[in-house]
Write a protein that binds this ligand. Structure first.
Ligand code: BTN
Length: 319
């Protein structure tokens, strides 16, 4: 089915006969595949008697060469999948299989995209970025401190450069525009964090998605914010460059060197929030973050710090 899609991706008309010849199947088999394409990938196909078939709009697929063209410095070795359960899961499997880090895993679609706190990450075909960068970390905890927040900074800057000027951060590592989520980050780690480990920086960015009924929270996308269809290969190149630069600074300066910049990008500085940890809720006012990237809250007149992957933050109604 994806071979057929690649033949149609230019958005021009192709006759059933020509498609059948290119795929080595009959015209009726082409017709069946087209129906699957429409139903499974949610891609409308125009069928015109005498002219053939064409996609409602041209489709730009992920492509290593196109990504490399947009890079000033060479990128990471990149694996692109048409479909995978989760790019993070695939990255972890590749590490166990002996793949040498750093490397990048991208996919056109995820059938079991993972979000934070066990949630699902909606991952429709060819619309968004599903991006997992694997790094080998030697030398322990300092290199992990604040790492997920640093990734947030790189994503935020990438989105701002793509024209989403209102993109900002929400602790620990969501990227929001007017309280709607545009990108999420999920770090997963294997090995010994105090010695040698591999960390997967999993990034999901809503790029060209304009309709999705599966997402159970307020969301937006680059296209909805800018009114323009975005070239995802260019966006990958831009994200690679920003990540390279921020990771380099993090390696040299540690998180302390990026703490102030992160706070500048934090949309909820000074806001009254509820911090939710399972059934426990702490109410406070956001003071900022500490040198490790933990959230600093003023709680009943006392400063307290909070960290941990299972925490989530909500604005208080009276904020
Ligand atoms: C969140 O809940 O905010 C985190 C979402 C992270 C989604 C990305 S998409 C690429 C990578 N692969 C996954 O399965 N999840 C992350």
């Amino acid at each position: 089915m994806l071979k057929l899609l690649k033949l149609l991706k230019d958005g021009r008309f192709h006759s059933g006969e020509a498609l059948g010849a290119a795929l080595g199947v009959s015209r009726s088999a082409v017709w069946k595949q087209l129906q699957h394409l429409e139903a499974e990938l949610n891609l409308p196909v125009h069928k015109v008697r005498g002219r053939g078939y064409r996609l409602a709009a041209p489709l730009s697929l992920l492509d290593v060469e196109a990504i490399e063209q947009g890079l000033a410095t060479p990128g990471w070795p990149t694996l692109i999948y048409d479909e995978i359960d989760s790019t993070n899961a695939q990255a972890l499997r590749a590490v166990s299989g002996g793949q040498q880090a750093p490397f990048l895993v991208l996919a056109e679609r995820q059938s079991a995209g993972r979000g934070r706190r066990g949630r699902n990450w909606a991952s429709p075909f060819a619309e968004n970025l599903y991006y997992s960068l694997v790094l080998r970390i030697e030398g322990g905890m300092r290199q992990l401190e604040g790492l997920s927040l640093v990734v947030g900074l790189a994503v935020m800057q990438t989105l701002r450069a793509a024209g989403v000027s209102a993109a900002g951060l929400k602790w620990p590592n969501d990227v929001l525009v007017n309280n709607r989520k545009i990108a999420g980050i999920l770090l997963e780690l294997v090995g010994d964090p105090a010695d040698v480990c591999h960390v997967v920086l999993g990034i999901g960015v809503n790029v060209n998605m304009s309709i999705n009924n599966e997402v159970d929270q307020a969301w937006t996308s680059v296209r909805l914010e800018t009114g323009r269809q975005v070239d995802r290969n260019q966006l990958v190149a831009q994200l690679n460059e920003n990540l390279q630069a921020y990771l380099e600074r993090h390696r040299h300066e540690g998180f302390t060197g990026l703490q102030a910049e992160w706070e500048q990008g934090h949309l909820w500085q000074g806001r009254a929030v509820s911090l939710i940890a399972g059934v426990n809720v702490v109410e406070g006012v956001v003071l900022g973050i500490d040198r490790q990237g933990a959230l600093r809250l003023e709680v009943e007149g006392v400063e307290k710090s909070f960290s941990g992957g299972e925490l989530s933050l909500r604005l208080r109604d009276d904020s």
